[in-house]
Design a protein around this ligand. Structure first.
Ligand code: BGC
Ligand code: BGC
Length: 625
């Protein structure tokens, strides 16, 4: 029997002619310059048209590459070009660089590889500039969000974000994974300081950070793409429900009704979408709305129906770092579930070959629809066009000297001062005149790193700190040059002949689950050294205690009686001068508590509006001077 091929051989000859003719007609019909000068390269066309044109030209491999975000130091050889990787990030474990020019050169080198591909689609580069571009030595570092929540000034939050954006883009970075619009409901959470506060209304007001980062025009050399994170419910997890033993709240499970999830945790994302936020990062945590926990990374209802559908979010949904891997032990199932849930780009961040190959297999097998892929890539390309990356793919370091400039530091100082919350002021001890003789002690008095906290030069931060800034001690010396200052960190110097003591107590830096109270070294109590310093100093003279911390800490009732003035200073950033300003009346105390301050750690969770609410210092407390 003749093979089907042979049987149709006669038909093939005319078919080949028709095909050849069709190709010829196509070449004549399509304007000659279209290939050398495709529509997607034409900046005069609307972004949507450019995206559609580019999408049409892309292979499925190129699309899969765009959906891939890799930690920069994990990239092997020419992988950016070979696999068409769409995005790189600096994770806390990737190398840092000393100057804006060094950063830009590193990123430009990767960009060159991206442009050296068939379609030349530029890379988008991201990192966590969450309170300033703290990966860049010399950058201006603002108070962490908890302090900005205490300041309660949406305009100030916006200005801080603007400065961060400028100091980030000038180093060649296009995208910040900030703001955290998490609503912290239990301060034992190690990420409490990344939250603007416990009240969704306050957190929603701070969505001005989005407009600060993104500016009027994303393509401006002072704008970066913002990320509202972590969607959704990250601050609402219940203590002790996490499957992993050492992470108590971080990455845990929020158990609440859908109505409560919406009221407490979704609301700020609505504000961010209204402000035009370009990306949303999914939370490691799970939500249990009554039918058992579902990982946010697997939740198509919350991502596709609610965020993209109901809220109308049209930007990029980004996974968290290895967040997709946590869905299932079966990697193909993880990838399929995450992409079908509506995640557009995956922060892989290491095994990108495995991710791309798995994604391609799942598409090939029909488990992920090509429409879903096109939707994801459409969203990613749209932001790349809006950022102007097709026109200006390389960094512009022309304004590098704005990094850490006096103008920028003045705003960080203003923000630090506005974030100070005066909780107790017996006998109106504060403000001081600046003419006193002062005894200064405490682990936070002269330690930049304890002012900066986590996400500062290193994922977990460091006690030594990074970059340039003034410590609280230096700030005091600057604000009160007439004061006679004796400094003894552990209060071992004799406490005689001094008018006033100032003890700056502090938490050591931490980030994420490491900071969960009970998970390790961090327990929300005064360290032994700081407690002893407070007891020594406050036992001998009038004293003010300044608390540098990411959250309320337990002070103890007796100790509180011995303290005259108590100030919550949060994690004020690089400008210790801002802590000193209200201390000496240069500015008034205006901050108010963005979270409830309980008497004991074991009183957590406690939030304004709870039945029988009777904490040590209520939400909104703050003596105004
Ligand atoms: C954090 C994110 C962060 C990402 C990249 C994750 O561990 O949860 O907030 O943006 O790492 O560093
Ligand atoms: C990375 C961080 C990341 C974290 C996630 C660290 O190794 O450096 O960027 O957020 O892991 O757990």
């Amino acid at each position: 029997m003749a093979s089907p091929l042979r049987r149709h051989a006669k038909l093939w000859i005319p078919l080949a002619f028709i095909a050849a003719a069709a190709v010829a007609v196509w070449f004549v019909a399509v304007p000659a310059e279209s290939d050398g000068d495709p529509d997607y390269r034409d900046p005069t066309l609307p972004v949507a048209e450019r995206v559609a044109d580019l999408l049409d030209r892309m292979t499925i491999e190129e699309k899969a590459g765009q959906m891939t975000q890799v930690a920069v130091d994990a990239v092997q050889g020419d992988a950016v070009a070979e696999r068409g990787i769409g995005s790189l990030l600096n994770g806390g474990s990737d190398a840092l660089h000393d100057t804006p020019e060094d950063w830009a050169a590193m990123i430009d080198g990767r960009q060159e590889q991206a442009l050296d591909t068939r379609l030349g689609i530029p890379l988008i580069y991201g990192l966590d500039a969450v309170h300033g571009n703290a990966s860049l030595p010399g950058a201006t570092i603002f108070p962490h969000n908890i302090g900005l929540g205490a300041a309660g000034d949406p305009d100030l939050t916006e200005r801080a974000a603007q400065i961060t954006a400028a100091e980030t883009r000038v180093a060649g970075v296009h995208w910040t994974f900030s703001p955290c619009l998490c609503v912290v409901r239990d301060s034992r959470w190690g990420r409490t300081y990344e939250s603007f506060g416990e009240d969704p209304e306050l957190v929603s007001q701070m969505a001005t950070a989005v407009t600060g980062y993104q500016g009027e025009d994303l393509s401006a050399d002072t704008s970066v793409l913002a990320t509202a994170k972590h969607y959704v419910g990250d601050g609402g997890t219940a203590y002790g429900t996490s499957e992993t033993e050492d992470y108590l709240l971080d990455q845990g499970v929020a158990e609440l009704s859908e109505a409560e999830l919406r009221r407490l945790h979704l609301a700020p994302f609505e504000a961010a979408v209204d402000a035009g936020v370009g990306s949303v990062m999914v939370s490691y945590s799970s939500n249990d709305l009554g039918d058992g926990p579902i990982k946010a990374h697997a939740d198509s209802y919350l991502i596709t129906d609610v965020l993209k559908g109901e809220l109308g979010f049209d930007g990029i949904v980004l996974s968290d770092w290895q967040g997709v891997d946590q869905i299932s032990l079966d990697y193909a199932e993880s990838v399929r579930t995450a992409i079908n849930a509506g995640i557009d780009m995956v922060m892989v961040p290491f095994e990108y070959e495995r991710f791309i190959d798995t994604l391609l297999d799942e598409v090939e097998a029909g488990h992920i629809g090509t429409d879903r892929i096109d939707d994801a890539v459409d969203r990613i390309l749209t932001k790349k066009f809006e950022l102007g990356l097709f026109e200006d793919p390389y960094a512009d370091t022309g304004n590098a000297d704005l990094v850490g400039s006096p103008e920028h530091r003045a705003v960080a100082r203003e923000a630090a001062a506005a974030s100070q919350v005066l909780l107790q002021n017996d006998g109106d001890l504060l403000p001081l005149t600046g003419e006193e003789s002062l005894y200064i002690a405490g682990s936070g008095a002269d330690a930049l790193g304890r002012q900066l906290g986590g996400w500062s030069g290193a994922w977990q931060g460091t006690v030594e700190g990074v970059g340039e800034g003034t410590t609280v001690l230096e700030g005091i010396q600057e604000a009160a040059p007439g004061a006679d200052v004796e400094f003894s960190e552990d209060a071992s110097a004799p406490v005689v002949d001094r008018d006033v003591g100032i003890v700056v107590v502090a938490e050591d830096p931490y980030a994420e689950g490491v900071g969960d109270a009970g998970a390790g070294d961090h327990d929300m109590r005064l360290s032994g050294v700081d407690a002893a310093a407070v007891d020594t100093v406050c036992g001998a003279m009038d004293c003010a205690v300044i608390v540098l911390s990411g959250r309320p800490i337990e002070i103890g009732a007796d100790r509180l009686d011995a303290i005259d003035a108590l100030v919550a200073a949060w994690l004020p950033g690089s400008e210790g001068t801002g802590v000193a300003d209200p201390l000496f009346g240069v500015t008034p105390y205006t901050g108010t508590l963005p979270v409830t301050w309980p008497a004991r750690v074991s009183d957590e969770p406690v939030n304004v509006g709870d039945p029988d609410y009777d904490p040590l210092f209520a939400y909104g407390s703050g003596i105004q001077t």
